[in-house]
Design a protein around this ligand. Sequence first.
Ligand code: PFF
Length: 444
Amino acid sequence: MAPREQWTSKLGFILAAAGSAIGLGAIWKFPYMAGTNGGSIFVLLFIISTIAIGLPILLAEFIIGRKGQADAITIFQKLGKSKWWPAIAWLGFAFGFIVLSFYSVVGGWILSYLVRALTGKLAIEDHGSLFASITSNSVEVLVAQFVFMLITVWIVQGGIKGGIERASKWMMPLLFIFFILLAVRSLTLEGAMEGVRFLFIPDWSLLNGSTFLLALGQAFFSLSVGVTAMMTYASYLPKEERLGQSAISVSLLNIVISILAGLVIFPAVFALGGSPAEGPGLIFVVLPAIFEQMPFGSFFMILFFILMLFATLTSAIALLEIVISTGIRTRYDRRRRASWVFGSLIFIIGLPSALSFGVLADFHIFGNTVFDFADIITSRIGMPIGALFISLFAGFVLTNEQTMKELDVAPWLHHTWKFLVRFLVPLAIIIIFAAWIFETLLNG
Ligand code: PFF
């Protein structure tokens, strides 16, 4: 039997984990959520949620994964004292599958935009109708989603060392550098300060429960916690790596890239007269229009879509990796075949999501298109439930001795983390959940 792989270096692990976290969540969802939910207040609540709730769960996933050194199912069987714990792994498998089914649709849009940017076809007047026409063109969305899945499968089937680590190693630093460049460009436009104010000066009157809820959901989604993705990545770590440092680096990097995305987008939106509350189309509709009005705009636009593609791919890879590692378990020699089989299945399951903006626009499940429904059941239901149980598992099933050994920090830090995963984090998740159900019932 082929041996289980390991990351070649700690940097490789941090980059891969950060790559899993930083994706559409930070670059696409974060700016448009901030834009439609009060700007700075949302940003503040997102940062608090990431540090106080997301980070402890991320650490819990790292600890469980590294301790377990196996696929998520085996880990819960081995470490759990009840036969029900592996259900968390199956939840992760199912929700990873569903997330990737709609994630790959947006990945496809990015490919569509990239091809147009490269061939100079984005130099048009009306970007709103371009977005609508791309996303409603059945053939184009399906071909683009197919190609996106093809690239994802191609990287994952090469294995974590050959594929994921090598890809993340150069994609992540590049992303970071180009984002800083883009932010500088955006910030030096006339009237840019209005966008900075929108991002950083809180208007406290906009503080409410629903904004907190959305910010928390954003923190989960963008940190990739709750679906065993981070657990799986940590299971490829050798015993001697320090986990606390890695979790903090990944969380901070994720916050920094989210804020940078905001600093790329909002100053430009305000300087060039766009609307911050554009919604999901913010990047696709407003940015190309803005780039066009900038010197070297088409060059920056190509860079931007390449970076978005990289960021989206490193997250898609993590999502497929959950499915593959849970699917093959210890049969490592089946990785290649499993990647193609599961990749094809995900593409097929994703078809209705891809068509949700065109021929299936009027097909609704509980009042939502298939695309929105897939997003809602994963980020609002699947991930919080997964995160809740992972937190309880780390808090109550793993012994203090076990977690202390894995975490390897000063006792007071270990106790603080333990308190968080035992009480604060589960309580916060339950409150968010209850608030969401209450709000849904209230609004009929
Ligand atoms: N964190 C990714 C993003 O923000 O785009 C999405 C994601 C990737 C969620 C991997 C879950 C996951 F396991």
